[in-house]
Design a protein around this ligand. Structure first.
Ligand code: CAA
Length: 298
């Protein structure tokens, strides 16, 4: 667990990428009293993110977890950024852009001329090498992995990944920042998939194999894991929630990085992604979300 005192000086944290993860990260930072410039290459994604954050904070207000005044103050702290120059006052920047290495590298290259020299850089990558991303920046010692979980306002963990060059002060500050957000932390070494996805994704992939080989139906597999193992969501429902393209790309990182065929992505997962059936975000994955309740697609 980090010590919030180690991050007491953090006043402004930029977020790059306003998708599922980026909007959740901006949400928890703003509620913790931190100023948040939020940037996305697509201006319409920024508008959508602000609406989503408003709706998600409303859920917390309705539950009595957040007061109406805190809601207003938090929403005021999130500033849509017109460009990367808006990050010049930040104490830290968290990158939560698309999970593609060339895109992340281009963002860091565009960002660093605008940053204060002591600004920390964190990536929310779920599986790319933190060490390799850090090496492409001008500050590998002040670069770290800060892996949040979806839905960010609800999930209690931040997995922290130190690259080989990350210094102790950066680690302590980032662990302290996670504590200020009310999150527990778990420290992972920088190996493919870190801890969460090294364990979670092979389970999801195995659930897809279980379906592919006809051992059980979608409903039977999800019911088994929900009721038999007390998982809040079944693995196929969870795969749809995460995004099947993300699941596939993480399996590919595990296979490439660890060179063990046990990480071979299930051909059925590949086929769903090829079909554009990526889960909730496209309205269809292992379930069809155009109907309520969602209907299994096999
Ligand atoms: N913002 C704020 N609050 C939210 C929220 C959001 N985006 N989404 C849900 N909530 C709140 C709800 O208001 C509700 O609050 P109370 O408990 O106070 O009533 C609570 O969360 C539960 O939500 P629901 O009642 O709507 O639904 P649920 O009970 O089915 O729970 C869930 C939803 C929390 C998502 C639960 O199903 C769950 O934990 N699923 C597993 C999620 C998971 O494994 N996430 C990790 C994915 S892996 C990842 O993210 C990393 C990666 O790299 C791939």
């Amino acid at each position: 667990m980090g010590d919030p005192a180690d991050a007491a000086h953090i006043r402004e944290v930029g977020v790059i990428g306003a998708g599922q993860m980026g909007n959740g990260i901006a949400h928890v930072l703003a509620l913790a009293g931190i100023e948040v410039p939020l940037y996305d290459a697509k201006p319409e994604a920024l508008t959508r993110a602000l609406e989503t954050i408003g709706r998600n904070v409303d859920r917390q207000v309705a539950k009595g977890l957040v007061s109406a005044e805190a809601r207003e103050a938090a929403l005021r702290r999130i500033r849509p950024a017109a460009g990367l120059a808006d990050f010049s006052r930040c104490d830290a920047v968290i990158e939560a852009a698309t999970e593609k290495e060339d895109i992340k590298r281009a963002i860091f290259a565009g960002l660093q001329p605008h940053l204060r020299e002591d600004c920390l850089l964190a990536t929310n990558t779920s599986s790319l090498s933190v060490t390799r991303l850090a090496a492409a920046t001008d500050r590998p010692a002040r670069f770290i992995g800060m892996h949040f979980f979806n839905p960010v306002p609800v999930m209690k963990l931040v997995e922290i990944i130190r690259g080989i060059a990350t210094d102790d002060a950066t680690y302590r500050t980032v662990a302290g920042l996670a504590a200020r957000l009310g999150k527990e932390t778990a420290l992972a070494e920088d190996f493919p998939g870190f801890m969460a996805n090294r364990i979670l994704m092979p389970m999801i992939n195995e659930a897809v194999y279980t379906l592919y080989e006809g051992v059980g139906t979608i409903e039977a597999i999800d019911t088994t894991m929900k009721l038999g193992c007390n998982h809040p969501m079944g693995p196929l429902e969870l795969a749809d929630f995460i995004g099947l393209d993300t699941c596939l790309s993480i399996m590919q990182v595990l296979l490439d990085g660890l060179s063990d065929t046990k990480y071979r992505p299930c051909p059925l997962l590949v086929k769903y992604v090829e079909a554009g059936w990526l889960g909730r975000k496209t309205g269809r994955g292992f379930y069809d979300y155009s109907v309520t309740p969602p209907r299994p697609t096999r």
